[in-house]
Design a protein around this ligand. Structure first.
Ligand code: ADE
Ligand code: ZN
Length: 321
């Protein structure tokens, strides 16, 4: 398939991937066994059979259950190393990855173990494959803003190792405006800012994220139906990190043939292609490019957008483009 090799060799930046969401079923069972954690599925295949969701909430339930197998520094290390190996093999040169420490903190996993494992793997992968990895921390929006502010305090000793912070989790009913002080405090500390918005939530949530000073919108799907907001995203140059297979599996969209990424691109918005939680949604980043069914020049333009939208320094961005 010539399209397959075209996408695989295209230099790509992945800007929206949750490390916990890269946990392959076999690895989840291996971690569960060595950490003595119970899972509600009897086997990796039974878990795969449960990868069918009516929406974000049902997915998150399953996803958070899977997260319970990650207990030790070595788990975070191996998880990250495995993702970066797969990403490099798919032509990813730059990966800006999310991790969400709050549920692991609740489970008693020190933040230094979580971040230390991830950061060691990033450094090793840079040597092994040349992939340029970076880490952003996500606060869970179903929790309070006070907890998000507390997270910033917990992260303070690691500030220089982290690229940015964002907001993830159950979107409806948890608007970005509820986290205005979190974003302001994070900016003051020097973090780059992203926010999941417009996945299941209304365009208004995307506006609120922009009003909070967010520099990149994760998803932004529902913004496509709001021409004034599309114009604002274009004028302010705020990129969208879109995730086609995620949106399909979570029933945000029911048909990728009408996926708005090409229309947003034509409208002048910096749109990018990403995987979100690859095994859970049936594909890594190259699979997401292929699923769009767009002509090669358009796919190449979207791939270049990934470097434009990245928070990498200018040299890295130039190398990717
Ligand atoms: N965390 C992991 N995947 C997510 C998604 N698609 N939306 C919100 N939070 C998430
Ligand atoms: Zn996401």
């Amino acid at each position: 398939d010539p399209a397959a090799s075209f996408v695989d060799t295209l230099p790509k930046a992945e800007l929206h991937v949750h490390l916990e969401g890269t946990l392959e079923p076999e690895d989840m069972f291996a971690f569960a066994a060595r950490n003595d954690v119970d899972l509600p599925w009897a086997s990796p295949d039974e878990l795969r059979a449960a990868y069918s969701y009516t929406g974000l909430d049902r997915f998150l339930e399953l996803y958070y259950r899977g997260c319970t197998v990650l207990r030790r520094r070595a788990d975070f290390h191996e998880l990250t190393a495995a993702y970066l190996r797969r990403a490099a093999a798919q032509g990813v040169r730059r990966a800006e990855m999310f991790v969400s420490p709050q549920s692991f903190l609740d489970a008693g996993v020190p933040v230094a173990d979580q971040l230390g494992g991830v950061l060691d793997a990033i450094a090793e992968a840079r040597t092994d494959t040349g992939i340029d990895g970076a880490l952003l921390v996500i606060a869970q929006r179903h929790r309070s803003e006070a907890e998000a502010l507390e997270l910033l305090e917990v992260l303070a000793p690691h500030r220089e190792s982290l690229l940015g912070v964002g907001l993830g989790g159950a979107e409806r009913g948890n608007p970005p405006s509820r986290f205005a002080r979190f974003f302001a405090d994070a900016r003051r500390r020097g973090y780059r800012l992203t926010c999941h918005a417009g996945e299941e939530g209304p365009p208004e949530y995307v506006r609120e994220a922009l009003d909070c000073g967010v520099e990149r919108i994760d998803h932004g799907y529902t913004a496509a139906g709001d021409p004034a907001l599309v114009a604002r995203l274009r004028d302010e140059g705020v990129p969208l990190t879109m995730c086609p297979l995620s949106n399909l599996r979570l029933r945000v969209t029911d048909d990728l043939s009408t996926y708005p990424i090409a229309a947003l691109h034509d409208a002048g918005v910096v749109v990018t292609v990403n995987s979100d939680d690859p095994p859970y949604f049936g594909g890594y980043v190259a699979d997401n490019y292929r699923a769009l069914g767009l002509p090669h020049p358009t796919l190449a333009a979207l791939a270049r957008n990934g470097f434009t939208a990245s928070f990498a320094d200018d040299a890295t961005v130039a190398a990717g483009r």
